[in-house]
Design a binder for this molecule. Structure first.
Ligand code: FAD
Length: 407
């Protein structure tokens, strides 16, 4: 972090109560909650508005998150347009096992591509509420975070001029690759990391989904996943060695492995189509503790990364945003600072719970493919337990849906 010396003209520099770094789901949600409370904020984003509104990423929203958006008037389009998913399916040993979680719990997931959510949130913040979002900025830097007068500098892409915004709080919602986390001095927070030692080839396919639900293929060749994104586009995953190159995966090889790993009696063949995105993810997680440093409050992927194993990252980003937006609004409208004081502790309880579930699910996904017959045996026992023990099924459903009463 750079410390800039007090500027003689600092009194005349623009001041805004909150600067939000990053216009992803977390940053735009915090910004909107602040606008609704009558608090000015500026959202700074390095990409163009068009880019953030079209970047394909996650797509599974937990029902509690949609209800929380709904209570804040932010879920109109989701409720109209999202598909409700009521079940998931495990395929192993050549058989399909459907897990009907809505029947068990009365709860479902919403499938709504992240770019649509970001476009909705940008519309609510900028167009509906007149919020100040500055897209395509460069050279964002955070300053004086340990003081009660932090600031954020950036270069305006239109004029090329450097600007400085004085503020009371900085929200670091700039994702895994942003500058906010890096602005915290070494040793001021603890960063816990976990590497799964597994790669996933992440694919977007221009073809309709091949099932009405998420499908997990547990196969000796490795995991395969099928996740609907829209009627035209489907996300697939294939386990591969970490660090593998997407170039090793030709169209023919991809479809051969997907068919092999997802094959099950009584299920129709996959609907094939062109591969429109092909990337290798080395699965890993991290958690920053606490999620705060001085006047900087991290939210979403800036504070914690959870591998896409259980589709939790977007939901955690929204959870942070609700907690932080409400806490900042309460404090800045004259309330107490309790919400801000408890922000990190409260957010991290759900973060760690979701991280633990991702590890558990990773063991299930990858347990039959390592060539270790003992691990394969215990993995299949876990899977069978889900379909024979109501208690195990209830515990899985609660974690999969994120519905625990207390975190
Ligand atoms: P982000 O959505 O990353 O938003 C951060 C924003 O900050 C971005 O718009 C970025 O451009 C901006 N930014 C970055 N640096 C700066 C800077 N210096 N200054 C200003 N702005 C900056 N999860 C799943 O569950 N399933 C998936 O299939 C899945 N796929 C993913 C694919 C990709 C490529 C990525 C990156 C993530 C994926 N995720 C997936 C995770 C999920 O999308 C994230 O958990 C979610 O986007 C977190 O939201 P966020 O607002 O914290 O961060």
């Amino acid at each position: 972090m750079t410390t800039i010396s007090p500027h003689p003209e600092s009194r005349s520099l623009p001041h805004v109560p909150v600067v939000v770094v990053g216009a992803g789901p977390a940053g735009l949600t915090v910004g909107t909650l602040l606008r609704d409370a009558g608090i000015d904020c500026v959202v700074l984003e390095t990409e163009s508005r068009e880019t953030v509104e079209t970047r394909p990423r996650a797509g599974v929203l937990e029902e509690w998150a949609v209800r929380a958006l709904e209570r804040r008037g932010l879920a109109g389009r989701i409720v109209e347009r999202a598909q409700a998913h009521t079940a998931c399916e495990f395929r192993f040993g050549g058989e399909a096992y459907r897990f009907p979680y809505e029947e068990l719990t009365g709860r479902h997931h919403y499938v709504y591509p992240q770019p649509l959510l970001v476009a909705d949130l940008a519309r609510e913040f900028v167009d509906v509420r007149g919020g100040d979002a500055r897209f395509s900025v460069r050279d964002v830097e955070l300053h004086d975070l340990e003081t009660d007068r932090p600031s954020v500098s950036y270069t305006c892409s239109r004029t090329g001029q450097q600007r400085l915004l004085l503020c009371d709080f900085v929200v670091g919602a700039d994702g895994a690759q942003g500058v906010s986390r890096a602005a915290i001095p070494e040793g001021a927070v603890r960063i816990a990391r976990h590497d799964y030692g597994v790669g996933w080839l992440s694919l977007l396919v221009e073809a309709p989904p091949s099932s009405d639900c998420v499908v997990f293929g547990i196969h000796p060749n490795g995991f395969a996943g099928h996740m609907a994104r829209s009627p035209e586009v489907t996300r697939y995953y294939l386990q591969c060695p970490p660090g593998d190159s997407p170039h090793h995966w030709t169209h023919t090889r991809v479809w051969h492995e997907l068919r092999t790993r997802l094959e099950a009696a009584g299920r129709p063949p996959l609907t094939e189509g062109p591969l429109i995105e092909k990337r290798v993810l080395d699965l890993h997680d991290y958690v920053v503790e606490p999620m705060t440093y001085g006047r900087l409050f991290l939210a979403g992927d800036a504070a914690h990364l959870v591998a896409p194993i259980a589709a939790k990252g977007l939901n955690l980003a929204l959870h942070d945003a609700f907690l932080l937006g409400d806490a900042l609004a309460a404090y800045l409208t004259g309330g107490d600072g309790e919400g801000l004081d408890r922000y990190s502790e409260t957010g991290l309880r759900r973060v760690w719970d979701y991280q633990e579930f991702s590890q558990w699910l990773s063991d299930v996904y990858h347990g039959t493919s390592g060539g270790d017959p003992f691990r394969a045996g215990t993995t299949l026992a876990r899977l069978r337990r889900l379909f024979t023990s109501p208690a195990a099924a209830a515990a899985f459903a609660e974690q999969y849906l994120g519905t625990a009463a207390h975190y």
